[in-house]
Design a protein around this ligand. Structure first.
Ligand code: PMP
Length: 440
């Protein structure tokens, strides 16, 4: 295939598709930012404003956002804006001063977890939270090894990129890293629980044979970059026991599924009936203000905390905490977790009805506001080009989604929690109109 895996990204060879004003901005951008950044869509979108689950271009055209999980309670939500504005006017300083708001938020956050998870450390990004989780796990276990799924993404620090296989061959995995297969029930010969147990056992044995031992197993609770896997609920159940037997820790990366996105539960790991040793959170936590955290069982982090000073200049300072607190207010007061559950179920059913006639759609999966639609070629192999064609056709219809999975052939449908049932109707109407590309 001549196109790269991220086939839904902009390719400068397609510059003539783009209207002149945006094209000029893209050229300036490339000159100053270089090639490491990617733009979504064959015809990139220049945006100037956001509101709820809508983005707007300079001409005032409205785009339906069915993709962004960071502005979870809605782009520019007035309650979050007011909280940030008010806090910024009053005080924005760090965790070395006593501030009631930090303590109150930490207590409120910890109360959303099972009682064993009772300590929180604040940072700015999901990558930092995962980096800290690994440091703590190594300190606590005395081991070095890490296990992740084969399409995982956990972040961008050198340490975390070394266990993020989805970054591709240009970003090598550490010699202390082993991967297991994604939890695809169709590949399991028997139950998915048994399949996962076998996978983790052989990865642990290999780490032990090479002298690394197991420090931590990291899992994104919705397996987003692996291509979205949620079913059957409970398939992660055997893993903590296996990990603990090897002396390691279970780290639930909740950057994607957390904060009610799956509808039925507040945290993704709850779908599998497990209690992790460490949980990392980020993205939607501050609705766009950088804030993240790692939540620990206190026994895991106690000694590390006593012996290793933790100071993160911006992590946990007054403004990000005000944003994070306002996000919890909105999720609760607007019933957004429940919306993800009910509208998410209707959305999934509507998608299934539309794509059923198309042989190229080989699976619809996911839960709440995290859905995946797998597109395959005539031989049943991944078809990232067709997936990209559909993503781009929807973009032309002012509906924004993307594609994920190791082959880029799984449509990722992951709207802000603010996405309403009217938004879902609009999405389904446009999907039905665009679905003809699945025949091509
Ligand atoms: N973990 C997961 C599962 C993620 O999806 C991401 C970001 N895509 C990260 C960690 C890293 O978060 P950040 O970009 O905030 O560092």
């Amino acid at each position: 295939m001549s196109r790269p895996v991220m086939v839904n990204a902009y390719d400068p060879a397609d510059a003539e598709r783009v209207e002149p004003r945006t094209r000029h901005l893209i050229e300036r951008r490339e000159d100053v930012l270089g090639p490491g950044y990617r733009l979504f869509y064959r015809e990139p979108l220049a945006v100037v404003r956001g509101e709820g689950s809508h983005l707007f271009d300079a001409d005032g055209n409205d785009y339906l956002d069915v993709y962004n999980n960071v502005p979870s309670v809605g782009h520019s939500h007035p309650h979050v804006v007011a909280a940030v504005h008010e806090q910024m006017q009053r005080l924005n300083t760090n965790t070395r001063y006593v501030q009631e708001s930090l303590v109150a938020y930490a207590e409120r956050l910890v109360a959303t977890f099972p009682k064993e998870l009772d300590r929180v450390t604040f940072a700015c990004t999901g990558s930092e939270a995962n980096d800290l989780a690994l440091r703590v796990a190594r300190y606590y276990t005395g081991n070095q090894g890490v296990i992740v799924t084969e399409g995982a993404y956990h972040g961008l620090t050198s340490e975390v990129a070394a266990f993020s296989p989805s970054l591709g061959t240009g970003s090598p995995l550490g010699s202390h890293v082993r991967t297991i297969k994604a939890p695809d029930v169709r590949k399991a010969d028997g139950s998915l629980d048994d399949y996962m147990r076998t996978e983790i056992r052989s990865a642990i044995a290999d780490l032990q044979r090479h002298g690394y031992g197991l420090a931590a197993f990291f899992a994104d609770g919705i397996f987003s970059s692996d291509g979205v896997f949620s079913d059957p609920a409970g398939f992660l159940k055997p893993i903590p026991e296996e990990v603990h037997r090897a002396g390691g820790l279970y780290v639930a990366d909740e950057v994607q599924p957390g904060f009610g996105r799956l509808g039925e539960s507040w945290w993704g790991f709850q779908r599998h009936g497990i209690v992790p040793d460490i949980v990392t959170i980020g993205k939607p936590m501050g609705n766009g203000i950088p804030v993240s955290a790692a939540i620990f069982r206190s026994e895991v982090t106690e000694e590390f905390g006593r012996n290793v000073r933790y100071f993160n200049t911006f992590g946990g300072s007054s403004v990000p905490i005000a944003a994070a607190n306002a996000v919890l207010d909105v999720i609760e007061s607007e019933g957004l977790q429940d919306r993800a559950r009910t509208v998410g179920a209707a959305l999934r059913a509507g998608i299934e009805d539309i794509v059923r006639p198309f042989g190229s759609v080989t699976d619809v999966r996911g839960i709440g506001y995290f859905l995946g639609v797998e597109i395959s070629d005539a031989d049943g192999g991944p078809d990232p080009v067709k997936a990209s064609d559909l993503v781009n056709e929807l973009r032309q219809r002012r509906v924004l989604i993307s594609a994920s999975g190791p082959d880029g052939n799984v449509l990722k449908i992951r709207p802000p929690l603010a996405f309403s049932s009217a938004d879902a109707d609009r999405f389904l109407t446009e999907l039905a109109a665009a679905s003809g590309v699945l025949n091509s």
